[in-house]
Design a protein around this ligand. Structure first.
Ligand SMILES: NC(=O)C1=CN([C@@H]2O[C@H](COP(=O)(O)OP(=O)(O)OC[C@H]3O[C@@H](n4cnc5c(N)ncnc54)[C@H](OP(=O)(O)O)[C@@H]3O)[C@@H](O)[C@H]2O)C=CC1
Ligand SMILES: Nc1nc2c(ncn2[C@@H]2O[C@H](COP(=O)(O)O)[C@@H](O)[C@H]2O)c(=O)[nH]1
Length: 316
C-alpha cells in the first residue's frame, strides 16, 4: 500500500469567524526556549543565507536566528554576540571539528543560549552521541536537533535530550537529495506526524514558497518555521551579488552543495541565482502582517488559533 502525502501547496486552511477589529490585534510572538521572539519564523542556518551580520540584524529585531556551522570561529561569534548583549545561537555537526569547537567554548567559559545540531539525517548514532554529549556539557543551552521526518525519529531525538526538533528531509529549494537518493517526505505529513509525536517544540524546516505556508506549517503543529530561499537575495542575506546583463542576482546554495563543501563528494545540494531584492526590512514587516492576517482568519488573537483550524486538500 502506498500512502499519498501532501505538501504546503496541496492544502489550504478553512476560515473561522474573526474576533478582532484589526489585524494589528493579532500577536505573532512565540516563546521558544528561554526567550520570546517576534515571529515563529527564522532564516536557515546556511552560508548563503546568514552570516554574523545577518544574525546580529535578526537578534536586534527580536527574531530568532541560528548561525551556520561552516568554517566559523564559534568562540569569537558567541563572545561577540553576548558582549553586545544579544543571545548566541550556533550550529554544530557530529564530527571531531565540532568537539574541538565545543571544547574551545568551554575553555573560554562560554555557553551559547541556543545550539543546533545540524545534519541531513539526525536519526543516527553519531547524532545521538553528540546530542547526549552537548546536553551533558552545555546543560544551560537550549538544544535543537535535526533534521528528521518521522514520528519515531522525533521521539528518539526527544529521548536523547533535544529541547526542540527540526523536521524536514529533502524539501528545500536547493535540495537534490530526493533526486539523488530517492528519499523525501512532503512537509504537511512530516510536520503533523512529528509534532503529534513529541512534547518538545517542532521546527518545520524547508519548503516555504508562499508566505501563507508559514501559517500552514503552524497549523500542522510546528512551533517554529525555518526558511532558506525566502530570506535569500536581500542586502542582509549572506550570498554574493552577481550581475548578468545588467540585472542583479544573489547566490543561494545548499549546505551539501559542491559550492559549500569545496569538493564534489556526497553532493546533495545545488546553487541557484535568486533575484536581488534590496533591503529585507519590508519582507519582515510583510511576513508579520500576513501572519497576523492568518491568525485573524483562524478566529483568534494568538498563534495557537492556527492549531484549531481545519486543513483541506485541493485537487490540482
Ligand atoms: N534538510 C535536509 O533535507 C538536508 C540537509 N542537508 C544539509 O547539508 C549539510 C550537510 O549535511 P551532512 O551531510 O549530514 O553533514 P556532514 O557533511 O557534516 O556529515 C556529517 C557526518 O555524518 C556522516 N554522514 C552524513 N550523512 C550520512 C549518511 N547518510 N550515512 C552515514 N553517515 C553519514 C558524514 O560522513 P560521510 O560524509 O563520510 O558519509 C560525516 O562524517 C547540513 O547543513 C544539512 O543540514 C543535507 C542534505 C539534506
Ligand atoms: N537536501 C538538501 N537540503 C538542504 C541543503 N542545504 C540546506 N538544505 C535544507 O533546506 C532548507 C531550506 O529550504 P528552503 O526551501 O526554505 O530554501 C534548509 O534549512 C535545510 O534544511 C542541501 O544542500 N541539500
Amino acid at each position: 500500500m502506498i500512502n499519498t502525502e501532501l505538501n504546503y501547496g496541496d492544502v489550504y486552511l478553512v476560515p473561522k469567524k474573526t474576533v478582532v477589529d484589526s489585524r494589528k490585534e493579532c500577536d505573532t510572538s512565540v516563546q521558544f526556549g528561554p526567550r520570546r521572539f517576534a515571529m515563529p519564523l527564522y532564516a536557515a542556518n546556511m552560508k548563503s543565507v546568514v552570516d554574523a551580520e545577518t544574525c546580529e540584524y535578526f537578534a536586534r529585531r527580536n527574531w530568532f536566528y541560528t548561525m551556520h556551522r561552516f568554517n566559523i570561529d564559534a568562540v569569537g561569534f558567541v563572545r561577540d554576540m553576548q558582549a553586545k548583549g544579544l543571545f548566541a545561537s550556533i550550529s554544530v555537526g557530529v564530527n571531531d571539528d565540532t568537539l574541538q569547537q565545543l571544547a574551545a567554548l568551554q575553555a573560554a567559559g562560554l555557553s551559547p543560549e541556543y545550539i543546533t545540531l545540524d545534519v541531513a539525517n539526525a536519526w543516527c548514532v553519531k547524532a545521538e552521541q553528540m546530542i547526549r554529549f552537548i546536553k551533558r556539557e552545555f546543560p544551560a543551552s537550549f538544544l535543537i536537533g535535526g533534521n528528521i521526518a518521522t514520528a519515531e525519529a522525533a521521539r528518539e531525538l526527544q529521548d536523547w535530550g533535544c529541547d526542540a526538533i527540526k523536521a524536514g528531509i529533502a524539501g528545500g529549494r536547493v535540495c537534490i537529495t530526493k533526486n539523488k537518493t530517492g528519499f523525501h517526505r512532503p512537509m504537511v505529513a512530516t510536520v503533523r506526524d512529528c509534532a503529534a509525536a513529541v512534547s518538545v517544540p517542532v521546527i518545520a524546516d524547508g519548503g516555504i514558497v508562499e508566505h501563507g505556508d508559514v501559517a500552514k506549517a503552524l497549523a500542522c503543529g510546528a512551533s517554529m518555521v525555518m526558511a532558506g530561499s525566502l530570506f535569500a537575495g536581500y542586502d542582509e542575506s549572506a550570498g554574493e551579488i552577481v550581475e548578468i546583463d545588467g540585472k542583479h542576482y544573489k547566490e543561494y546554495f545548499g549546505s551539501a552543495s559542491q559550492f559549500n563543501k569545496g569538493e564534489y563528494k556526497n553532493v546533495e545540494g545545488k546553487k541557484i541565482l535568486v533575484e536581488y531584492k534590496g533591503s529585507i526590512g519590508r519582507l519582515l514587516q510583510e511576513l508579520q502582517e500576513d501572519l497576523q492576517s492568518s491568525v485573524s482568519y483562524a478566529g483568534g488573537r494568538e498563534l495557537s488559533a492556527l492549531r484549531t483550524v481545519q486543513m483541506i486538500a485541493v485537487a490540482h
